[in-house]
Structure formats: structure tokens, C-alpha cells
Design a protein around this ligand. Structure first.
Ligand code: DX5
Ligand code: ZN
Length: 235
């Protein structure tokens, strides 16, 4: 139904050479390149912005650029990312709170999520959401009704947002299974702590996109790491 994809997260790459690192991952067999734009507010780390997407697009015209927006105001970046050449934009539902609910109230505003997804698609990109480990799948169920699926992809974070190299939170597996049950055609990715030990369980739960940083760019043999992830997807 859905095809297996290795999504290489450049958060673990050499920041002085994003183009070369993305190329290295592609040559190793990765299909997507994952770009974590973090604003220092949604998570307490400042990474980089849309210009990195623009440079990657210029260097690699065919690259599938999967942008993960870990930012407080994702709507502010849609036009810039479209112009920069992003293929897909993922934003956090936790950033879509209803206007009258103070931060950090866990009141997600599903209408805001739907509107943002529509805006991303209207700008010519694929649209998806990210769920923090503690955010349940049920929150986005209204956007996944059969025949009216409003999302192309859901990224299930298995770590707290913003940082690479954290341990894998196994509770993500149950969430992946619930989402797969809701929608057989959805691209479901697991992001954070994905490695040669955890990949198989992600796929078995129903994930078809494995997003990995440290496991790929921190490996002594990058091609072997990507090959093992692809093998987990094929099993
Ligand atoms: C975490 C990011 C991930 C990160 C994963 O907030 O969304 O994309 O790069 O890194 P690893 O694979 O090292 O856990
Ligand atoms: Zn990410």
C-alpha cells in the first residue's frame, strides 16, 4: 500500500556541508532528506532556516526535502519554504492551540491544523503533522476519515523535539499502530531514536518512513546503516 522510505535527518550531519551530506545519504540509498527547522522557542535549540532548504534544492534538484518545523508559529514559514523548494512540510499539532487557550494548555485546535495543512498543499507541497510522544493519535483522527484524508504524512516523534541522539520511547509503537489502523494509505514516519535496533519494531507497528539522524550520519559505514534500515522496511 505504502512504500518504504529511509529519511536521512541532517540534524546529525556536518553543518558545514549539508549538500555533501545529503548526497552521501542518497548514494547510500536514502530516499528522503529530513530537515529539522527549530526556532529556539518550541524547543530550546536554534538550528537553521529556509535558506538551507533553498541551497539543498539548488544543489540537488531531484531531492525529496522533508521539512520538520519544530517552531511556535509554523504558518509564518509556509511561503518561504515553498519558494525555497521544500517537497513536504510537517508541523507540530502542539503548536496549533486554540486562540483562547494559554500555553502550555494541551488544547489542540483541529481547525487550525486543517487550515495549515490546506495552506501547505495550496502552496504546492505535501502536508503532514508531527505528534510529540505524549500527544495521542486521536487528536488528528478527524483529518484521517476514509475518503477525506487531509494529510499526506504523520511524523510520530519517539523523542522530545529538537535534539538528535536521544533514546527511543517505545510508547510510539502503539500510536503508529493506531494511525495505520485509521489510514492504510498514509505515510507514517517514526522520528527520533530510530536505529538498527528499533527500526524493525517501527515497521512492524505500521511505519513506512524511517527518519534517522545519528544512525546514518554517525555511522562508520553510512551505506551499511541505510542498507539495514531499508532491509527493516522490506521485511
Ligand atoms: C528530533 C528530530 C529528529 C532528529 C533525530 O527532534 O526531529 O529528526 O534528527 O535524530 P536521531 O536519529 O539522532 O534520534
Ligand atoms: Zn525531525
Amino acid at each position: 500500500d505504502v512504500r518504504g522510505i529511509v529519511d536521512a535527518s541532517i540534524l546529525a550531519a556536518d553543518f558545514a556541508d549539508f549538500g555533501g551530506e545529503a548526497e552521501r545519504a542518497l548514494e547510500a540509498g536514502a530516499q528522503w532528506c529530513h530537515v529539522d527547522i527549530v526556532d529556539g522557542h518550541f524547543a530550546k535549540i536554534l538550528t537553521f532556516g529556509p535558506p538551507v532548504v533553498r541551497s539543498l534544492r539548488r544543489r540537488l534538484p531531484q531531492l525529496f526535502i522533508d521539512v520538520h518545523l519544530a517552531v511556535e508559529n509554523p504558518g509564518e514559514y509556509i511561503a518561504q519554504l515553498a519558494a525555497a523548494g521544500a517537497s513536504q512540510v510537517l508541523f507540530h499539532v502542539e503548536a496549533c492551540r486554540s486562540a483562547d487557550a494559554g500555553h502550555p494548555s494541551p488544547t489542540y485546535c483541529i481547525d487550525t491544523v486543517a487550515a495549515l495543512a490546506r495552506e501547505i498543499r495550496a502552496a504546492g507541497m505535501r502536508a503532514g503533522v508531527v505528534l510529540n510522544p505524549e500527544t495521542p493519535a486521536a487528536v488528528i483522527a478527524p483529518l484521517l476519515s476514509p475518503g477525506a484524508v487531509q494529510l499526506d504524512c504523520v511524523d510520530c516523534l519517539a523523542v522530545q523535539p529538537g535534539f538528535g541522539g536521544q533514546p527511543f520511547d517505545k510508547s510510539v509503537l502503539q500510536k503508529v499502530a493506531e494511525l495505520r489502523e485509521m489510514c492504510p494509505t498514509l505515510d507514517i514516519q517514526v522520528d527520533g531514536g530510530v536505529n538498527l535496533k528499533t527500526a524493525a519494531a517501527c515497521v512492524q507497528a505500521g511505519a513506512n518512513v524511517l527518519t534517522a539522524g545519528t544512525c546514518i550520519f554517525g555511522a562508520e559505514d553510512c551505506a551499511a546503516a541505510v542498507g539495514a534500515l531499508r532491509q527493516a522496511l522490506a521485511a
